[in-house]
Design a protein around this ligand. Structure first.
Ligand code: AMP
Length: 284
């Protein structure tokens, strides 16, 4: 496995390796990331994508709306390398900030698709977040020029935003989703879970419990009430707990005009000082 720590190394690797499957991450890798990397390596193999799976590791400052969150974001490159190697990555691209944002060069932020500004979910609770995400992913796309990029369903709105951005810019890159990996008790894996105290970790299970409870309700408004009840009972501070059409995420009348609408239940909530997000299909 190659460790590429600047753009010159990336360019030389690409010249030899050819097209690749990109898995963008911010590091502090866990089994959720490992599963995306295994998926990327398998996809490259099946489709004769010669470069295999490239994992990028870059803690992107422009997508953090909370400076404290950025300052304490875990940086664990050595452990990350071992996980990438075991999961079958061909290379890691772990650039310095100057490689992504060269001093004096304005890095384009693309026009944001509607799903990044209209739903009132992450867009409302983390202002500027999707502008930063789109900026860094577009920059990575330009630098790496991947055949395919894989993003986790764990960040459902982000997956919709990047799918829409790529389509809107007519980039010749396939966006492929990867399923959410959970701990045995249902907690969605996240780099931020390590900040949960044992008690908060137990309370964090209320998110997956709330998503399961939502699926026992027949109507979206009942499902939303049930999610809020479950989360509040556990002492979680709710940013949102909603049922929305899975790709537009727009507030929508029920019953839906298009009967083939797929639905998604989505939650963001604070447990102590840690903000957790999770989502699941709703009745589909
Ligand atoms: P991050 O490093 O948190 O920016 O995440 C990098 C990629 O891993 C994103 O596409 C995430 O959606 C994905 N990811 C994060 N957690 C999980 C998980 N538990 N299961 C699957 N994918 C995940």
């Amino acid at each position: 496995m190659h460790l590429l720590t600047n753009n010159t190394m990336l360019d030389s690797w690409r010249d030899v390796a050819g097209p690749c499957v990109l898995v963008p991450t911010m590091g502090a890798l866990h089994e959720g990331h490992a599963s995306l990397i295994r998926q990327g390596a398998a996809l490259a193999h099946q489709n004769n994508i010669s470069g295999g799976c490239l994992v990028s590791i870059f803690v992107n400052p422009t997508q953090f709306n909370d400076p404290a969150d950025l300052a304490r974001y875990p940086r664990t490159l050595e452990a990350d390398s071992a996980i990438c190697q075991a999961a079958g990555a061909a290379a890691i691209y772990a650039p310095h900030a100057d490689d992504i944002y060269p001093p004096g060069l304005a890095i384009e932020t693309p026009p944001l698709p509607a799903v990044a500004t209209e739903p009132g979910l992450e867009d409302a609770h983390r202002p500027g977040h999707f502008a930063g995400v789109c900026q860094v992913v577009l920059r990575l796309f330009h630098l790496v020029n991947p055949h395919t990029a894989i993003f986790g369903e764990k960040d459902w709105q982000q997956l919709q935003v990047l799918t829409a951005m790529t389509a809107g810019l007519e980039l010749p890159i396939q966006i492929v989703p990867g399923p959410t990996v959970r701990e045995a008790d249902g907690l969605a894996m996240s780099s931020r879970n390590r900040f949960l105290s044992p008690d908060d970790r137990r309370r964090g299970l209320s998110l997956s419990r709330a998503l399961a409870a939502a699926n026992r309700q027949a109507m979206p408004d009942e499902a939303e009430r049930e999610m809020s009840r479950t989360l509040k009972e556990a002492g979680a501070e709710i940013d949102y707990a909603v049922v929305r059409p899975a790709s537009s995420l727009r507030k929508s009348a029920w019953p839906p005009v298009a009967s083939d609408t797929r639905w998604r239940a989505l939650i963001a909530a604070r447990i102590g000082s840690v903000r957790l997000i999770d989502n699941a299909p709703w009745h589909s």
